[in-house]
Ligand binder design. Structure first.
Ligand code: GDP
Length: 366
């Protein structure tokens, strides 16, 4: 385009046209493939068994992926790792937000490492489904542990149903064990269904509580207390020590009213301070004694076998459900039936029966 400054009046001044895009710095640069190299199952397994943390991380990412191709590879890796699993202490840790889980896991973790252990910290966080990011297991919450060579911290898998998230965490436990981690923490928020899932994959279940205003027992669901093998009352420091002791006495009394646990172990109550690192060894002594007790009376193996069976059934359940709800014919039929049921044109039971009938026919014709 002719520029006004190219006028005779401005002789000696030449204005050139611009360029629409900058030349690349290096015109010979070849674009790099954005796809990372895909490893074979054998390569994953070899890396994991060597304790290669980045390979372990990659394998966990596979486990968490929803893509069919990743799932198939993940299952192959897990199968190959299975002979090397089972050799860890699996410890579930729960407590309401603010109870001090992250602070405590940080110091409990250091305690494990000091004794020469290797620790993996995993999490099940149902709320991460909504926030699309995980809160639990976040590295920044565990400042001390996150810089340790022998600690592997992994946030909660975020996609899918609680059952799906829990299965992924359980599979991750297997991979971590194959990689030589001998202590596994599985953290969860003590407010919902996720405790049951965590309880079904750990050997010891620790409930972190706070001394409050005298009504400690009210904020927490009875079901969670029944699952606990130990209750640790946190923040027993400064002015709070006597209140924590009082709360401990109340919890002990409450626990007496519960039926005996299937292991025969009487759940204990201890007080400690995660922040000031007081009485951490008391918490750990309780956990050590529990493991000794259940290993001696055979409950340890019995519970693990029951858990294995439970997870097989859970997985069948989950896959059946996924298969059912994913089918377009079923989706469409369900919508129709829903309307009919809402309009009182059909009962819930016959509607359900007909949808299931259709599903079974589809399966048979396959
Ligand atoms: P989480 O939500 O259960 O993970 O709890 P956090 O570990 O984030 O702790 C919640 C708050 O309690 C933080 O401000 C901590 O500094 C504080 N806190 C944790 N443990 C202790 C403790 O032993 N004593 C005191 N006084 N404060 C603590």
């Amino acid at each position: 385009m002719e520029h006004p400054e190219n006028n005779e009046k401005y002789k000696g001044l030449q204005v050139n046209g611009g360029v629409s895009s900058q030349p690349t710095v290096n015109p010979y640069r070849r674009p790099r493939s954005s796809r990372p190299r895909q490893f074979t199952a054998g390569e994953y397994v070899e890396g994991i068994l060597k304790g290669d943390m980045s390979m372990l991380g990659r394998a966990v990412t596979l486990v968490e992926s929803t893509a069919d191709i990743h799932q198939a590879l993940a299952q192959e890796v897990i199968e190959k790792c299975l002979p090397y699993t089972g050799n860890s202490k699996r410890i579930g840790i729960t407590g309401v937000p603010g109870a001090g889980k992250s602070t405590s896991i940080d110091v409990f973790g250091l305690h494990v490492l000091k004794q020469g252990g290797k620790l993996a910290v995993l999490a099940i966080d149902p709320s991460s489904e909504r926030t699309r990011g995980s809160i639990l297991g976040d590295k920044t919450r565990m400042e001390k542990l996150s810089v340790e060579q022998n600690a592997f911290i992994r946030p909660s898998p975020s996609a899918g149903s609680l059952g799906g998230v829990a299965r992924k965490t359980r599979e991750t436990i297997a991979l971590c064990e194959a990689a030589g981690y001998d202590t596994i923490f599985v953290e969860t928020v003590g407010v919902g269904q996720s405790e049951t899932a965590v309880h079904s994959m750990v050997d010891f279940f620790l409930l972190i509580q706070l001394a409050g205003t005298g009504d400690e027992l009210q904020g927490i669901k009875r079901g969670i207390m029944e699952m606990a093998d130990g209750i640790a009352i946190n923040k027993a420091d400064g002015d709070n020590v006597s209140r924590a002791e009082l709360a401990a006495a109340q919890f002990r009394n409450a626990l007496h009213l519960f039926p005996p646990t299937p292991s025969g172990w009487r759940p204990e109550v201890v007080t400690y301070s995660g922040y000031y690192e007081l009485n951490i060894d008391k918490v750990w002594d309780m956990i050590d004694r529990y493991f000794e007790y259940v290993k001696q009376n055979g409950y340890f193996d019995k519970k693990r076998n029951e858990q294995a069976k439970y997870w097989m059934l859970e997985t069948i359940d989950e896959q059946l459900r996924n298969d059912f709800y994913r089918r377009p014919e079923i989706k469409a039929l369900l919508e129709q039936k829903e309307l009919r049921v809402l309009n009182n044109e059909q009962s819930s039971f016959t509607a359900a029966h007909e949808v299931l009938e259709r599903y079974f026919r589809i399966i048979e014709e396959r």
